[in-house]
Design a protein around this ligand. Structure first.
Ligand SMILES: [Zn+2]
Length: 225
């Protein structure tokens, strides 16, 4: 009975979307297999799941699904596990001496909840105050996309984005707010279609109340063109 109880505890933790660390829990041997080797193994696993559910994989519509899903897992929706895919750290000198905060808002987030493997869809808003270094705007989108393409927990995603930008920009003054819908909450379980989850991480000067307020006001600004 003990084992069953432990398993139930783990199940409950997952349903509450609890995570203990800001690092994605990867094993040391995570990249011993090549992408193609992973696709081949996962293809058989997906086939096994569908067959166990009773589906006929000789059907034309289902025949290609195991391979399609395996490729999608490795190359697309979990492609951000691969450190080789991390966006390069190209930065520029802040020639304009712009010393105010820069906010990039409404960055589309497509991620996957690691507890149910269902989509997380939302918006990220990122801000930083330059201390002499700036990054290209699209770089921020690419960083969001890289960390989103992992089995994720929204809190961890928010922290990973901030840490990466703090690293790249060589400053603590970075913040990120994410507002997202979790399909595991919206489409199953308690089926709350309207609810969304907001997470935030405020580093350096953004811990200051007025600076944080300014950022939140920018995010609220209605920028319709
Ligand atoms: Zn979930």
């Amino acid at each position: 009975m003990k084992i069953e109880n432990d398993f139930n505890d783990i199940d409950a933790l997952g349903d509450d979307h609890f995570s203990a660390s800001s690092e994605t829990p990867l094993r040391a041997d995570a990249f011993k297999l090549s992408s193609n080797e992973k696709i081949n193994i996962i293809k058989d696993d997906v086939k096994h799941i569908l067959e166990t559910l009773g589906l006929d994989l000789n059907d034309d519509s289902l025949k290609g699904t195991p391979n399609r899903v395996a490729k999608m897992f490795v190359n697309e929706i979990f492609g951000g596990l691969d450190p080789d895919k991390k966006p390069s750290a190209s930065t520029f000198d802040n020639k304009y001496k712009y010393g105010e905060m820069l906010v990039e808002k409404n960055i589309t987030v497509y991620s996957t909840c690691e507890h149910h493997l269902l989509p997380i869809v939302g918006r990220a808003h990122i801000a930083y105050i330059s201390n002499g270094t700036v990054v290209g705007l699209s770089k921020m989108n690419r960083i969001v996309d890289y960390y989103a393409k992992r089995p994720q927990v929204q809190e961890r995603l928010t922290i990973q984005i901030v840490k990466e930008l703090q690293d790249v920009l060589n400053t603590e003054d970075v913040a990120c707010v994410i507002d997202a819908k979790h399909l595991c909450v919206n489409s199953r379980g308690i089926r709350d279609i309207e609810s969304s989850t907001v997470t935030s991480e405020f580093g350096g000067k953004f811990k200051d109340h007025a600076t944080r307020r300014e950022l939140l006001d920018y995010i609220k600004l209605d920028t319709q063109f």
